[in-house]
Design a protein around this ligand. Structure first.
Ligand code: K2U
Ligand code: NI
Length: 185
């Protein structure tokens, strides 16, 4: 079971590496990793387990965050009145995106960053992605809202990018031209 002390924190070089593509069939270790990163975010959304194991809640987790520099991440997002999204994405790619941008009005956080970094993080409002599942089957999804933001946050982790790299250092809350703000309830 992944716990917070398995999650590397900013300053660790693995978070600034471009992660390696994965080949199929996955090794048993890679399959176990996929299960464990998805299980972490599911566990982290359970109040009892959060308390019991001192977990930080998350909706995504990327392999580099547990010190494995491979192009794998998991998302588990359940929002009221919306389709739940629970995926492991392997060798993920954004194949098209809206011109329109969005940003979380609350700003972003990261399980690998133990501090608040304020500011708007521009993201594409809508994205079409493709990735492979653990069996090597390719899938495509069209994402918007929080799933789209989370996907871009996790894909950044596979490219050595941290969310605060996107924040304007001089004017962190500068209006992003044409962007549609996303309010999390
Ligand atoms: O990659 C990670 O560190 C997990 C991130 C993912 C994330 C950050 C910002 C925006 C979307 C996804 C977070 O710790 S997950 C915490 C969280 C929960 C709900 C909404 C936003 C962030
Ligand atoms: Ni993160």
């Amino acid at each position: 079971m992944i716990l917070m002390n398995d999650i590397v924190r900013e300053g660790h070089p693995v978070l600034r590496k471009v992660a390696e593509e994965v080949s199929f069939p996955l090794t048993d270790d890679e399959k176990k990793l996929c299960e464990e990163i998805l299980q972490y975010i599911i566990n982290s959304q359970d109040d009892v387990l959060c308390e019991l194991y001192d977990l930080r809640p998350g909706i995504g987790l990327a392999a580099p965050q547990v010190n494995v520099s491979k192009r794998i991440f998991a998302l588990h997002i359940e929002e009221e009145d919306k389709e739940p999204l629970s995926i492991v994405a392997i060798n993920p790619k954004i194949i098209s995106h809206s011109v329109e941008k969005t940003y979380l009005t609350s700003g972003e956080g990261c399980l690998s960053v133990d501090r608040d970094v304020e500011g708007f993080v521009p993201r594409y409002s809508r994205i079409t992605i493709k990735a492979f599942d653990v069996d090597g089957k390719e899938f495509k999804l069209r994402l918007k809202g929080l799933p789209a933001i989370a996907f871009q946050h996790e894909l950044d982790h596979l490219n050595g990018v941290m969310f605060y790299d996107h924040i304007d250092p001089k004017e962190p809350f500068k209006e992003i031209p044409g962007a549609v703000p996303f309010e999390r309830e």
